[in-house]
Ligand binder design. Structure first.
Ligand SMILES: [Ca+2]
Ligand SMILES: [Ca+2]
Length: 363
């Protein structure tokens, strides 16, 4: 078994294929937790969050050029909930770490004794030199490259983590108000629990991103840049080598740098991808529409034919690395899988919160 730095995330993911039954049950319960209707706004406000009223909406899309995993459009209902107005920032994550001493997955050396319990007996131990703490960092080549090989722009960097986004020599100076990155699912979930919140389901996230605008290609309408105005931090130019930054940013941007959607949510599209609480299922929308058989979640809560062995959570909204020639994911219906045990330099999260029944209006 030969190991190479670029394969470490895939290796770590493969070690953890058999996620615990407990996790599977939690995911199932979360996805099945459907659904009432438009919920009146609670009487009391929650600082840093806006009320998302819930109701009926059209999830997914039938657009011909959308990716297969976004199809078809399906009518759904969602309950009301509170949602963070912006992505969780470095300063907010620092507050959590200061209060709890929490250490993220990317900061810890993988423990072979634990990992091998979930591998076939006899799997050889890799060399210690590859079992090191780190994360994937976007490192674009200086020239155009074929777009089939992500290792040409994603590089495993030892020592990269949320405090050192590009590696040990980088820090967060001047980026306190940028979204935190290099966060795995469990890192996001730990923050959410500490904050008395939770991660959104994919349905909640897409409802919120659409801002009540059914059937629109983008979160703000049908044009990416209406009247030439940039409404999200995405990638302009030829990905991955030519990052023009016409929207003002070549990397992450401070949260709230672009106009909010009609619910008052910032950067739902672009800046960083946002983790949800759902396992990734490439046929989810088709299953919701009754066009594909139900997934046997006791066998595996995930389904991704492009990455069949990974345990992935759904990420939504695209990032500052989504370009018109690659990863055209700056749309509410867009979705990808993200290995549940790793983060990257373009994935973050925001939280939601269920209403306290005592505060709900009777109107
Ligand atoms: Ca940009
Ligand atoms: Ca975002």
């Amino acid at each position: 078994m030969k190991f190479n730095n670029k394969y470490i995330p895939l290796f770590i993911t493969s070690l953890l294929l058999n996620a615990s039954c407990q996790e599977k049950k939690e995911a199932e319960n979360q996805e099945e937790k459907m659904i009432v209707a438009k919920t009146p706004a609670p009487k009391e406000k929650v600082e840093g969050m806006v009320w998302i009223p819930g109701g009926e909406f059209v999830m997914g899309t039938n657009e011909a050029d959308a990716y297969a995993a976004e199809k078809p459009a399906v009518d759904l209902k969602v309950n009301g909930f509170w949602m963070d107005t912006h992505e969780v920032t470095n300063a907010e994550y620092q507050e959590f770490v200061d209060a709890t001493g929490y250490v993220t997955v990317a900061e810890k050396k993988p423990d072979w004794e634990e990992l091998k319990k979930q591998l076939p007996p006899g799997t050889p131990k890799p060399d210690e030199s590859v079992l090191v703490a780190g994360s994937m960092v976007f490192s674009p080549p200086p020239y155009a490259v074929p777009l089939q090989d992500i290792s040409l722009w994603w590089v495993w960097v030892n020592g990269a983590n949320w405090k050192h986004p590009e590696g040990p020599d980088s820090d967060l100076t001047g980026r306190e108000n940028h979204p935190v990155v290099h966060i795995s699912y469990e890192d996001a979930e730990a923050y959410a629990k500490w904050a008395g919140k939770r991660l959104p389901t994919e349905i909640e996230w897409e409802f919120a991103a659409r801002g009540g605008m059914n059937g629109k290609r983008f979160a703000w309408g049908d044009e990416l840049t209406p009247n030439g105005q940039f409404l999200a931090n995405t990638f302009q130019g030829n990905f991955p080598n030519e990052n023009l930054g016409n929207d003002g940013f070549i990397g992450t941007s401070p949260v709230k740098s672009f106009a909010p959607n009609t619910f008052g949510l910032y950067d739902m599209i672009g800046n960083v991808w946002e983790l949800t609480g759902d396992w990734y299922d490439a046929l989810k929308y088709a299953r919701l529409a009754g066009q594909a058989p139900k997934l046997d979640k006791d066998m595996n809560p995930c389904y991704n034919p492009d990455n069949p062995f990974a345990m992935e959570r759904v990420i939504k909204g695209g990032s500052y690395l989504c370009a018109s020639n690659y990863c055209v994911n700056y749309r509410p219906s867009a979705r990808q899988g993200q290995a549940f045990d790793s983060g990257t330099s373009n994935v973050g999260f925001r939280c939601v919160k269920d209403p306290d029944p005592q505060t709900l209006s009777l109107n």
